[in-house]
Design a protein around this ligand. Structure first.
Ligand SMILES: Nc1ncnc2c1ncn2[C@@H]1O[C@H](COP(=O)(O)OP(=O)(O)OP(=O)(O)O)[C@@H](O)[C@H]1O
Length: 358
């Protein structure tokens, strides 16, 4: 299977980087961790801007760095796009000229993205004659993304591309990033601090802590790993990938289907078959041993307890399996004892609220 494999060990002053991870050859991999954990340093290693003495990097079958065999592809020869927190566009060139800058340097036969495709993908057709100084932060960032794509990259690096934007611009640009995620067949490494952004955009996650890659794997599995900090605290929760099954116009609801069952949400506009990602917080899931038909909660999913971890003196975090998909529930220790919950117990997970991520 095509993939990205990276191994970098490096010292920068007092900071030690020890990164080792694999990621799928397409889709978005979130590089997630606290400030100073080494995320940008990993991107710089991927770009060849830092050279790890024993580094190794392979991207979809091409070796970009293999120091054990004395091989290092310099940055200017790596086919990659790099999008930073703040777009650095040429101020004296209009948007079209900014886009053409990288595109024209790629021989026509090697271009993998057409000018029109890139412009359409990030929705900047109306802005081509504008000067960068007259664009909003979100528009500038969309131009920077299109410019990165026009260099026909085989790897796209994004370093907190939304961090400098206000909430309105973030909302404006997220749908375009989701399209990138759906339509690009290259790996995208996306640095973020924001659990919401990661839940929305990523398929895979690399978790970093103090210079080390602590764990990596599919996002669904990573969010539900009780041995990682992600599955603890108020924001703990999972993502669920569903497809629209059916609309119910009597009650204005839409049924979303996934391998373990279905979830009802407020009526959506998209047609049946359309994919829809949900986020379900552990705090919004309660458990019962029987299916209560007399409850006002619509979404009750059959599930099995997989693992239980202490959360604090009064609460536990419970990892569940619902049709092969993990779910988290935070319940009191008292409820755990009263219901006799232990690994293997069959339960009904009552989902009080879900967030639609698009
Ligand atoms: N050239 C350098 N010399 C010395 N220390 C450095 C150098 N570059 C980075 N560092 C240190 O390496 C550590 C990791 O930095 P890095 O920017 O990779 O973290 P990060 O996870 O991206 O952080 P943030 O989320 O705040 O951007 C920091 O402590 C930083 O000060």
């Amino acid at each position: 299977m095509s993939s990205l494999s990276a191994r970098f060990s490096l010292a920068l002053g007092d900071f030690r980087l020890n990164a080792s991870f694999d990621a799928p050859g397409k889709g978005v991999t979130a590089l997630f961790g606290n400030s100073g954990s080494g995320k940008t340093t990993v991107l710089r290693c991927l770009a060849g801007l830092e050279r790890a003495p024993d580094g190794y990097l392979a991207v979809n079958g091409e070796i970009w760095q293999d120091e054990n065999n004395g091989f290092f592809l310099p940055t200017h020869r790596r086919p990659l796009g790099y999008v930073f927190q703040e777009a650095s566009l040429f101020p004296h060139l209009n948007v079209r000229r900014n886009l053409e800058y990288g595109w024209k340097r790629i021989p026509a036969a090697e271009r993998r993205v057409s000018f029109e495709q890139a412009v359409e993908l990030v929705g900047i057709g109306q802005l081509l004659d504008h000067n960068p100084a007259h664009l909003s932060g979100g528009e500038r960032q969309r131009v920077a993304i299109a410019r990165a794509l026009l260099s026909s990259p085989r790897l796209l690096l994004m370093d907190e591309p939304l961090a400098a934007l206000d909430l309105a611009s973030k909302k404006d640009i997220l749908p375009y990033l989701e399209r990138l995620h759906d339509e690009l067949s290259i790996p995208v490494i996306y640095v973020s601090h924001s659990p919401d952004e990661v839940a929305r955009l990523a398929d895979h996650m690399v978790l970093m802590d103090r210079g080390k890659t602590v764990a990596h794997g599919p996002l669904h599995a990573m969010l539900a790993r009780l041995d990682l900090p992600l599955a603890h605290g108020d924001e703990a929760g999972v993502v669920l990938d569903t497809v629209i099954g059916e609309h119910d116009d009597t009650f204005r609801l839409t049924r979303l289907d996934y391998s373990g069952g279905s979830i009802s949400v407020a009526r959506q506009t998209q047609a049946p078959g359309h994919p829809m990602r949900l986020r379900i917080h552990a705090r919004d899931v309660s458990l019962a041993l029987e299916h209560h038909d007399d409850s006002s909660i619509l979404n009750i999913l059959p599930a099995q307890v997989v693992e239980i971890a202490d959360e604090n003196p009064s609460q536990v975090m419970i990892k569940l399996d619902t049709g092969g998909v993990p779910l988290l529930a935070r319940v009191t220790r008292k409820s755990r004892t009263l219901l006799g919950l232990q690994p293997g117990t069959m339960v009904f997970a009552q989902v009080k609220s879900v967030a639609l991520l698009g």
